[in-house]
Design a protein around this ligand. Structure first.
Ligand code: NAP
Length: 276
């Protein structure tokens, strides 16, 4: 009998039952893959992003009729910009008031834009730092009291290979992502004796809207075809392909499992060997 491939992600709807997971940037791309994976594994979810309508739609997809027979979890949406300290603080308080203290925070919201360094204005620098680093700080600090009240708590930040090595033309994004990795490492030490871990997941180019935007920018700025632009982005990945959002989600779920309790302060590349 041929062996079938094992499922990529846990499919046991009891695996994360009773756990409250908040995912920032949950309406599409990596954040949506993470949210779906936790939902399928039984977690209660708080979805955060700037656009309330798309979050509500995603929440409805998880709790829709095709799933309601198997999934008993509750899913709520809280619109907030992670770069707005008051707004993300309120979203995290509201999520905990509605669904209890957080067990797992996934700092995923972020975005990257490129600029040659000499042409980099302060606005671009601030924007990259605000969303990709300040946002992680604001959300993590707001969530810490709740997380510390729970067993086996987790903070998992989606950084990037740009948090582990340098790339040209994205100095501000690289600086922010290195900062996010450093923040996880520092907190891993500060809270090492508590029942909580802090880790970063560092994807290479992933098959999401953000990568589509990078491809469009290359096409516009260089006149290359879409295929050439995609080949340029995947050239740095020895596997020669984009990473799947579900592959990033699988690493996040593993870090959230009790089995990963001794893994803290790590930055795990999910990038086909792009950085080693
Ligand atoms: P994406 O497809 O563009 O999705 C981004 C998500 O974040 C959306 O749900 C978006 O919703 C939300 N978001 C963006 N800015 C936000 C803000 N200021 N406050 C709250 N929510 C915000 O991006 P992705 O590719 O999934 O990337 C997710 C994370 O992975 C980012 O941190 C990114 O830096 C990192 N990453 C991506 C890649 C890649 O190749 N795609 C590689 C390495 C790392 P709204 O627009 O409605 O707010």
């Amino acid at each position: 009998m041929p062996l079938s491939s094992p499922p990529l992600l846990p499919t046991d709807p009891q695996h994360f039952a009773g756990r409250h997971v908040l995912v920032t940037g949950a309406s599409r791309g990596i954040g949506w893959a993470v949210a779906k994976a936790f939902a399928a594994a039984g977690a209660s979810l708080s979805l955060v992003g700037r656009d309330a309508a798309s979050l509500q739609q995603r929440a409805a997809e998880i709790t829709g009729p095709q799933n309601s027979a198997t999934l008993q979890n509750s899913v709520r949406a809280f619109a907030a910009d992670v770069a707005d300290e008051a707004a993300i603080g309120k979203a995290i308080n509201d999520a905990q008031a509605a669904q209890g203290p957080l067990d797992i925070l996934v700092n995923n919201a972020g975005f990257g834009a490129s600029k040659p360094f000499a042409k980099m204005d302060t606005g671009h620098w601030r924007e990259m730092l605000n969303v990709n680093l300040d946002g992680v700080f604001f959300a993590t600090r707001a969530a810490i009291p709740g997380l510390l009240s729970r067993p086996q708590a987790r903070v998992i930040t989606i950084a990037s290979t740009a948090g582990l090595t340098g790339y040209g033309y994205v100095a501000a994004y690289c600086a922010a992502k290195h900062g996010a990795v450093g923040l996880m490492r520092a907190l891993a030490r500060e809270y090492a004796k508590r029942d909580i871990t802090f880790n970063a997941v560092c994807p290479g180019y992933v098959d999401t809207e953000m990568t589509e935007t990078s491809i469009r920018t290359i096409v516009e700025k260089t006149g290359r075809s879409r295929e050439q632009a995609l080949a340029e982005l995947t050239a740095g990945n020895p596997q020669g392909r984009l990473v799947k959002p579900e592959e990033v989600a699988a690493t996040v779920l593993w870090l959230a499992m009790p089995a990963a309790g001794a893994v803290t302060g790590q930055a795990i590349a999910v990038a086909g060997g792009e950085v080693m």
